[in-house]
Design a protein around this ligand. Structure first.
Ligand code: NDP
Length: 283
């Protein structure tokens, strides 16, 4: 029987653990605060930002909101980040991506102090993750590792195939699976024989950005399938990169969309905020 991996329940458990830690820190007189910066009024970004603020309220983290106009210059944004880097009452800084095209994302990511980089995108944190040193882990792949572990799915020795090599999902996902002793293959748009490669996977992680692209012909019987994709269809319903109904019976376990990977990303952001509150050298 196929197990549905319940990202809603697992993310709730993580948020509750974070809430307990936040309460304990408060008793020691420490408050955790996250600066959430949005530039422009992209509606999808506004929804993500709102969900992050709601999660902060739930776990007891103070969110400090900066809603900047679309015309904000790179220099102005850098100045704000610099001020927040030097503000001991701010533990984490989150800049919602994508940014307007006149602002260079890589410059902004590098400007955030690594000890406040709760998204785990700063090159120093990415490098630390690769060589197994402490640092912030990118939230979506870290959330997927938690989904697997808390569903009692072992990674060690398994054939893990990741489709997608983005800096925020595919690459860190591959590094974390390797850290967990998986045998990892990364596929992308130039991969030859994608179906054959995917059919080797005991654990298939799909982060392509193409609605329902992965059908049963990509899946080995009994594989675990993790769907990172999220798309709104014409009928307003959400779907992933995997054709859920078509592959369901071939899998031993699968994440639904919605209610799979999505809620984990925010839960891991909250987890990172607590880490920043505990270990932030600026405090
Ligand atoms: P990107 O667009 O940055 O990366 C997509 C990757 O898929 C690229 O590496 C690309 O290859 C590869 N790809 C595209 N087409 C194919 C193909 N036909 N065959 C094989 N590989 C292909 O996307 P992201 O990693 O940012 O996001 C992926 C999906 O996950 C999106 O739907 C996004 O909305 C979702 N997402 C969900 C999150 C959540 O919390 N649930 C968080 C982040 C993302 P190449 O490098 O060669 O171009």
């Amino acid at each position: 029987m196929t197990k549905i991996i319940d990202g809603k329940a697992i993310s709730q458990a993580i948020k509750d653990e974070v809430k307990d830690t936040v309460d304990a820190l408060k008793k020691d007189g420490k408050e955790i605060a996250l600066a959430v910066i949005q530039v422009g009024d992209d509606p999808a970004s506004a929804v993500y930002v709102n969900n992050k603020k709601k999660a902060c309220a739930y776990v007891g983290i103070r969110s400090i909101s900066y809603e900047l106009p679309e015309v904000t210059t790179e220099e102005e944004l850098l100045k704000l980040i610099n001020d927040l880097n030097n503000d001991p009452s701010c533990n984490g800084i989150l800049v919602q991506l994508p940014l307007p095209s006149h602002i260079r994302e890589d410059v902004i990511i590098k400007a955030i102090h690594p000890s406040k980089d709760v998204d785990g995108f700063h090159p120093e944190n990415v490098g630390a993750m690769l060589i197994g040193q402490p640092g912030f882990l990118s939230c979506t792949p870290a959330g997927i590792i938690q989904l697997l572990k808390r569903s009692d799915i072992s990674i060690e020795g398994k054939e893990c195939v990741v489709i997608g090599r983005s800096n925020i999902v595919g690459k860190p996902m591959a590094a974390l699976l390797l850290r967990e002793n998986g045998t990892v293959t990364v596929c992308h748009s130039r991969t030859k024989n994608l179906k054959e490669v995917c059919r080797r996977a005991d654990i298939l992680i799909v982060a392509i950005g193409k609605p329902k692209m992965i059908g049963p012909e990509y899946i080995k019987e009994g594989a675990v399938v993790i769907d990172v994709g999220i798309h709104r269809m014409e009928n307003k319903k959400l779907c992933g990169d995997v054709d859920y109904d078509a592959v369901f019976s071939r899998c031993s376990a699968i994440t639904p969309v919605p209610g799979g990977v999505g809620p984990m990303t925010i839960a891991m952001l909250m987890y990172n905020c607590v880490l920043s509150g505990k270990d932030n050298p600026n405090r």
